[in-house]
Design a protein. Structure first.
Length: 280
């Protein structure tokens, strides 16, 4: 039994031949300054046997005006069965930045009722840095999976839940965007989106919970988070579009927090011109 949502490259090497293991590449092109993919179309590498889990274009709500929103349980189940995921699969997700896009894939599987899912700490860069062999392309499933989605509706939330949390001492919203965007001193990258943050939200830029592409150790994470929220509070993470919020959710999980939710629409939704309150 793993007492963590993380595995390292040594663990993955030891379990590569496990029949239940499914490795998923959940990479999404980074848009945050300072974060870069080590992959390109001309120079692509993958962990051997890894399959593509594309929540940016495939495993997402269709025809949504917001990016990569959570799909219905029915669509999620259909898509992950296509990539050969089973009810008894042990899933390891990674990305090609280090620790950027993979935590959302981890949280998506948990939100659909699957607990045997882990994040590769350091991702593909850590795998390559360890001198391990890579494949030049991703793999396909050998057979259809039998995954069954059982939605846990509180793991992702909408703006109504966040609005209620702005005036609820039992909840704490953590916005993981940069301090400049949080305080409206730096421009928003999306046209027409307001600057600032939700009332009562606190700011902890997600990069602060990372160290050289890996999650900081548990004691450091606990110290950071306890300055903002107690483990008894419900912690709602928000970011620009729901990806890096999950990095904070992973950090909070590792720090022992269990009442966790991700605001799926994040600032891409809240910051739109509307009656939702914004403070600088």
């Amino acid at each position: 039994m793993i007492d963590s949502a993380l595995v390292d490259v040594n663990w993955l090497v030891e379990h590569l031949q496990d029949a239940e293991l499914v490795i998923l590449d959940a990479s999404v092109p980074p848009v945050v300054p300072g974060f870069e993919s080590i992959n390109s179309k001309e120079n692509f590498a993958a962990i051997p046997g890894a399959r593509r889990f594309d929540y940016d274009k495939e495993v997402c709500k269709p025809n949504s005006s917001l990016p990569h929103m959570m799909p219905s349980p029915e669509l999620f189940q259909e898509k992950v069965r296509e990539i050969g995921v089973n009810r008894d699969s042990t899933i390891v997700v990674y990305d090609d930045v280090g620790l950027y896009a993979s935590p959302r894939a981890w949280w998506m599987f948990r939100a659909m009722g699957h607990d045997q899912v882990y994040v590769l700490n350091g991702g593909l860069p850590a795998w390559i840095a360890a001198g391990l062999a890579t494949a030049a392309s991703l793999s396909s499933a050998e057979a259809q999976g039998d995954f069954e989605a059982e939605e846990r509706i509180n793991l992702f939330c909408d703006f109504n839940v966040v609005l209620a949390a702005t005036d609820d001492k039992a909840s704490q919203i953590i916005d993981v965007r940069s301090a400049g965007r949080f305080n409206a001193t730096a421009p928003e990258p999306r046209p027409g989106v307001r600057g600032g943050h939700m009332p009562s939200a606190c700011n902890l830029p997600f990069a602060r919970v990372l160290d050289n592409g890996k999650l900081r150790d548990r004691a450091e994470l606990q110290q950071m988070l306890q300055e903002l929220a107690s483990p008894e509070q419900k912690v709602i993470s928000s970011c620009g579009s729901g990806i890096t919020a999950c990095v904070m959710t992973l950090a909070a999980w590792e720090a022992g927090y269990r009442q966790l939710s991700v605001y799926d629409g994040s600032w891409a939704e809240w910051g739109l011109p509307s009656k939702l309150p914004v403070v600088p």
